[in-house]
Design a protein around this ligand. Structure first.
Ligand SMILES: Nc1nc2c(c(=O)[nH]1)N[C@H]1C(S)=C(S)[C@@H](COP(=O)(O)OP(=O)(O)OC[C@H]3O[C@@H](n4cnc5c(=O)[nH]c(N)nc54)[C@H](O)[C@@H]3O)O[C@H]1N2
Ligand SMILES: Nc1nc2c(c(=O)[nH]1)N[C@H]1C(S)=C(S)[C@@H](COP(=O)(O)OP(=O)(O)OC[C@H]3O[C@@H](n4cnc5c(=O)[nH]c(N)nc54)[C@H](O)[C@@H]3O)O[C@H]1N2
Ligand code: SF4
Ligand SMILES: [Mo]
Length: 729
């Protein structure tokens, strides 16, 4: 039978439509039919593109780019354009589930919440609040982050609240603190349109942020702007570059120091001027003397002449914008990698001007909000710290609790939190909007740890996921488009995303679920809200007088004005496009800090037994653990299975041909995936995408191979380098 769905006009005569099931014939006279447009934000990456949802008959039937969005100017990438297709799919979780005798059974909300509250209370009463670990996302809305932070730190009384942001952007935040004295990103997207040179390191933007990639390409076309890309792989981004510095994995610091060496030597550093706004110039100058292009060629594998050419191209630019992402963030020397890259902006005076400086774009959609709200183990709302007594008092005042309730001890970061569960120190785990059994490094270790925990609650919009299967209770969450929320994007612009449709079954917004658990645990006083807007208004009170002051931003204003950038003090205040144009930073002497950074190899070097470096990363058509994108047919088809990129010479050496099944093993696990013999990967390295967890097959998950070693400053794991061997399976 043909299945059709026809539009109809409100108030028109009865229309007959065949429903999706193709069976029922209904009188639809009273139903509205015109397309309703709802403003929203793309639920995926940190570019934070604005979008309009087109809603018809209670379903989102289309999305379109929002012209007014400063982040995207009407554009969307393939993920954004197909986002609505994830809403009504079979794998949506519609009811709470409780595991009994190893099997999930459908439960009512009351029963599920009662069980959770009883077990959480038991764990806290018996072992103290630090026996709880809460793991969340960098994709919540402000209201969600705020409530969870308040419940965990102000209710439970533990700071063990961390999440996937640790895997993603922690190193950049730590670098901001180290170099500029605080978590203070200061540029804006428009700076891309004004740059005369782009330096992009460890950021595969053509796949991970196609909208800003397009913007760079546009600027390149308009102004013939040179693009320098640092990446061990020949990604599309790298192939579009004027200069591709194809380093050996993990050798960024040596390369960045060599670029600095050439910049000094060729007279691109105005020492007197730089010393006014940056400290440590002479120390840096003497430190990098050993990083000559010749010496550095030996470490990085990049020809000395190419290093000189890149440095001179960068040095000549009037305004150079620098961008970076996980190729730097996910390393055991991540903070130094980033600081050595930013040294280049600082010594060449590429700072404090439109179109110049380090432009920080985040990975997940609302990572900026997470940082502002302080949903991390050492932070309290609005850039305050748990270790600071004055800060605890201020926040306790707004929360209406005694300051003693907030622990002064920073909580555990992601890897340490799960390790503590593995050791039996953390007994209760609550995981919201994350799929760590697919995304944490060293999956086997993670699964061992979560199995050791006494009670595990997962709150997700889909089931099964690699992590929901390991839970005692699974709670069904409404997702994007099914709830209201606000969020900051990478340029500090605050936006609203409105609810467009009802969630399926009994799924509820995360805010409601957090409040249900919190109230039942006895913290009614923490949740006096009638609406989402009430939550936002209380959050704003935390920002008053802080650097991220949002006093002038309201729900009403966000419905008309797009991405007003904090600080914004009054309703008339237009916000601040760029910060620190006076080159006064929140460090002790007001100057940025030039750091001495020394090259150090990854934690697990290659050897004769494990001779290859494994790089893991993303593809354009999938998002993270694919709970969403695997449900969208055109995306699922585009990349339907995991694979390993191997260079032609290595493939030849091992007798591997395109399409052969290859076993890739590390000291922690092994996968069997199809070989993709490709010029894009260098000899001695292999690449496996991390989107496939164990549900894609027991031997498919890249994170079976990866190592949980992390940067000692940021605690972000080294996903971009571990030692593996390959063999034809
Ligand atoms: N389609 C899609 N888009 C996404 C996401 C997604 O899952 N899918 N996720 C979003 C999120 S949360 C994030 S964090 C971002 C991540 O976005 P990206 O950081 O762009 O993605 P990755 O593939 O992890 O890695 C970036 C590049 O680092 C390179 N690299 C590896 N080792 C090194 C090294 O030692 N030095 C240097 N300089 N480079 C190295 C890799 O070859 C890779 O090309 O993407 C966001 N956008
Ligand atoms: N090997 C390797 N591993 C990596 C990386 C890498 O480069 N290499 N990159 C890391 C990076 S940068 C990141 S950001 C992480 C991502 O790691 P995760 O955040 O763990 O990955 P996601 O798949 O995005 O998990 C989000 C979960 O939330 C669910 N969800 C969606 N919407 C909602 C909602 O509204 N409410 C609730 N409650 N749930 C919802 C989704 O179904 C999904 O299960 O992965 C990391 N893992
Ligand atoms: S670039 Fe990022 S925010 Fe924009 S549409 Fe694509 S995934 Fe969404
Ligand atoms: Mo990320």
């Amino acid at each position: 039978m043909a299945i059709t769905r026809r539009g109809f006009i409100k108030g028109s005569a009865a229309v007959t439509v065949a429903t999706a099931a193709g069976l029922a014939v209904r009188d639809l006279m009273t139903e509205a039919s015109e397309i309703k447009t709802v403003m929203s934000l793309c639920p995926y990456c940190g570019n934070g593109c604005g979008m309009y949802l087109e809603v018809k008959e209670g379903r989102v039937v289309n999305v379109r780019g929002m012209e007014e969005s400063k982040a995207s100017k009407g554009k969307l990438c393939i993920l954004g354009l197909t986002a609505h297709e994830m809403l009504n799919v079979e794998t949506r979780l519609k009811y709470p589930l409780i595991k009994r005798n190893g099997r999930f059974e459908r439960a009512g909300w009351d029963e599920a919440i009662e069980l959770i509250v009883r077990r959480f209370k038991e764990i806290i009463e018996k072992n103290g609040p630090d026996a709880m670990g809460v793991y969340h996302t960098a994709s919540f809305y402000n209201e969600e982050y705020y409530l969870l932070n308040k419940l965990v730190k102000g209710g439970f009384g533990t700071n063990n609240l961390d999440g996937s942001a640790r895997l993603c952007y922690a190193s950049t935040v730590a670098a901001f603190v180290k170099v500029f004295g605080g978590d203070v990103p200061f540029m804006c997207y428009e700076d891309i349109d004004l740059a005369d040179c782009f330096l992009v390191s460890g950021y595969n933007m053509s796949s991970s942020n196609p909208v800003s990639f397009d913007r760079i390409m546009q600027r390149k076309m308009d102004a013939n702007t040179p693009l320098i890309v640092i990446d061990p792989r020949a990604t599309m981004m790298a192939q579009k570059a004027d200069i591709h510095l194809q380093i050996k994995p993990g050798t960024d610091i040596a390369l960045n120091n060599a670029l600095a060496y050439v910049l000094f030597k060729e007279g691109f550093v105005n020492e007197e001027k730089v010393s006014k706004y940056a400290g440590g110039l002479q120390e840096l100058k003497s430190h990098i003397q050993k990083y000559t292009p010749e010496y550095t060629e030996g470490i990085t594998g990049v020809h000395r002449d190419k290093i000189v050419k890149a440095a001179v191209t960068y040095g000549r630019a009037k305004n150079a914008v620098t961008l970076w992402m996980l190729g730097l963030n996910q390393s055991t020397v991540a903070v130094w990698k980033i600081a050595s890259l930013w040294n280049l902006s600082l010594i060449t005076g590429n700072i404090g001007r439109p179109g110049a400086g380090p432009l920080s774009i985040t990975g997940q959609g609302t990572a900026m909000s997470l940082r502002e709200i302080g949903g991390l183990p050492h932070l309290l709302p609005a850039h305050r710290g748990v270790a600071n007594e004055k800060h605890r008092k201020e926040i306790a005042g707004i929360w209406g609790i005694s300051p003693d309730k907030i622990s002064p001890k920073p909580g555990k970061t992601a890897i340490d939190m799960f390790d503590a569960a593995g050791k039996g120190e953390i007994k209760g785990l609550w995981i919201l909007q994350a799929n760590p059994a697919a995304t944490i490094p060293d999956t086997n270790k993670f699964i061992g740890a979560i199995k050791k925990a006494e009670f595990v609650v997962i709150q997700d919009a889909f089931h099964p996921t690699e992590t929901t299967l390991l839970a005692d209770v699974v709670l069904p969450a409404a997702q994007w488009a099914e709830k209201d929320g606000t969020a900051s994007n990478a340029e500090r612009g605050v936006n609203i995303a409105k609810k467009a449709v009802e969630p399926p079954g009994e799924a509820k917004p995360d805010t409601e679920i957090i409040m249900m658990i919190g109230k039942k645990m006895g913290y009614e006083n923490l949740f006096p809200y009638k609406t989402n807007e009430d939550i936002f208004e209380e959050w704003k009170r935390c920002t008053k007088g802080q650097d991220c002051d949002m006093t002038g931003i309201t729900y009403k204003r966000m419905e008309k004005e797009f991405g007003v950038q904090w600080p914004c003090l009054t309703p008339e205040d237009l916000g601040v496009k760029r910060r620190f144009l006076d080159l006064k930073f929140p460090t002790q002497d007001g100057r940025a800090i030039l750091n001495i950074c020394e090259h150090k190899a990854p934690a697990e070097p290659t050897d004769t037994e494990y001779p290859f470096v494994l790089i893991t990363g993303l593809v354009r058509e999938h998002f993270h653990s694919r709970t969403r994108t695997a449900n969208i047919p055109r995306l699922a088809r585009a990349v339907s299975h995991s694979y390993v990129d191997i260079s032609p010479s290595d493939a030849n050496k091992y007798g591997i041909r395109n399409g052969d099944v290859v076993k890739v093993s590390s000291r922690r696990g092994a996968v069997k995936v199809k070989a993709k013999v490709s010029e894009d990967i260098q000899q001695g390295a292999v690449f496996v995408p991390y989107h496939f967890g164990y549900l894609a097959g027991d031997d498919k998950a890249a994170n079976l191979l990866t190592i949980s070693a992390y940067d000692p400053i940021s605690k972000q794991p080294e996903y971009k380098a571990c030692a593996v061997k390959i063999e034809k399976a």
